[in-house]
Design a protein around this ligand. Structure first.
Ligand SMILES: *[C@@H]1O[C@H](CO)[C@@H](O)[C@H](O)[C@H]1NC(C)=O
Ligand SMILES: *[C@@H]1O[C@H](CO)[C@@H](O)[C@H](O)[C@H]1NC(C)=O
Ligand SMILES: *[C@@H]1O[C@H](CO)[C@@H](O)[C@H](O)[C@H]1NC(C)=O
Ligand SMILES: *[C@@H]1O[C@H](CO)[C@@H](O)[C@H](O)[C@H]1NC(C)=O
Ligand SMILES: *[C@@H]1O[C@H](CO)[C@@H](O)[C@H](O)[C@H]1NC(C)=O
Length: 276
């Protein structure tokens, strides 16, 4: 798979901790930790030396605080899922968590970093998180990267999805499903699920009108955003609009098709009564 794209869309995961005795609010889980890429980053890249940044207009044009580092016009996947899970506030970014109150950090931290991919540190953190009590884990597979305007412009013929990229996506996701089975067998007190990002985006109507920016994956600073953003799937050449995120998050939370999630959806995962 072309590196430029790989770093933009690595596997996404989120961890829901199950410390049921701590639950006292409307939240369906006591805390929510997020690991992922630019579809989930809510400001972690702002202070890092990386080109993958989104803390300038027109990013955040539909977000109350403006351009926060979210790679879209409004809320991103993590924001919408936090709301679906009943959290009153968005999960703070790791970059901000050091300033956050202890109580806020107990509700979760967002470690997602656009373009950074899965770092060794993340893998090492897994046991720490496990020992801490992470018991509900949703792994998001890769989406149809071959269908983003950036892929079509850079690796395709300008009109159709790039099939060889989507084939690799499918191979990767199939292995991810096997991993979910393996993890569920190895960690009896923890539940892992797989979210089929390709499936949950399949009901979203065909690609909107978007220029591919000559292969530049992020917006041109102070570039003009299209006025009817709610009618478009793609916000920039690589990232969906808030409207598309809403549909994707809702389908991962409550599956509409059997292929959306495996073996259960996030709503059922949150309701599970795990003994540990
Ligand atoms: C990450 O870990 C792998 C395997 O232990 C090692 O080969 C690689 O060099 C490490 N990468 C970094 C950036 O530390
Ligand atoms: C955590 O990482 C270690 C080593 O990288 C691996 O052996 C283990 O299976 C992982 N655990 C989980 C829960 O992913
Ligand atoms: C682009 O590729 C697709 C699939 O390979 C093909 O159906 C289509 O005709 C091609 N379009 C152009 C303009 O070459
Ligand atoms: C994801 O869903 C699509 C249907 O939209 C299906 O073709 C594909 O096999 C599914 N992938 C996995 C890994 O389950
Ligand atoms: C796409 O957007 C451009 C620029 O705003 C506009 O000129 C064009 O008519 C639009 N195309 C479609 C199919 O809506």
């Amino acid at each position: 798979m072309p590196m430029g794209l790989k770093v933009c869309h690595l596997v996404l995961s989120l961890i829901l901790m199950d410390l049921s005795k701590w639950v006292n609010g409307a939240e369906q889980v006591p805390c929510y930790f997020i690991f992922g890429d630019s579809l989930w980053d809510n400001g972690n890249n702002n202070a890092l030396s990386t080109k993958a940044k989104a803390n300038y207009p027109p990013y955040g044009i539909d977000f109350p605080e403006g351009a926060t580092g979210r790679f879209t016009n409004g809320r991103n996947m993590g924001d919408i899922l936090a709301q679906l899970l009943g959290f009153e506030n968005f999960i703070p970014s790791f970059a901000h968590a050091s300033n956050a109150k202890d109580q806020e950090i107990l509700r979760g931290v967002n470690y997602a970093s656009g373009g950074a991919g899965i770092r060794n540190e993340t893998a090492r953190n897994n046991l720490t998180l496990y020992n801490f009590g992470a018991r509900k884990v949703a792994l998001f597979g890769l989406g149809l990267i071959g269908c983003t305007p950036g892929s079509i412009a850079m690796y395709g013929n300008g009109t159709s999805c790039v099939e060889y990229i989507n084939n690799e996506v499918q191979m990767f996701n199939t292995k991810l499903v096997s991993l979910v089975d393996e993890l569920n067998n190895n960690f009896q007190d923890t539940k892992f699920i797989y979210v089929n990002t390709s499936s949950v985006s399949s009901s979203i109507p065909a690609t909107g009108n978007l220029t591919a920016n000559n292969g530049v994956l992020t917006c041109i600073p102070s570039g003009t955003a299209c006025p009817n953003r709610a009618e478009h799937i793609m916000w920039d050449a690589a990232h969906p609009t808030e409207a598309a995120y809403v549909m994707m998050a809702e389908r991962s939370y409550k599956a509409q098709l059997p292929s959306d999630t495996y073996p259960i959806d996030i709503h059922h995962l949150a309701q599970l009564n795990l003994t540990n």
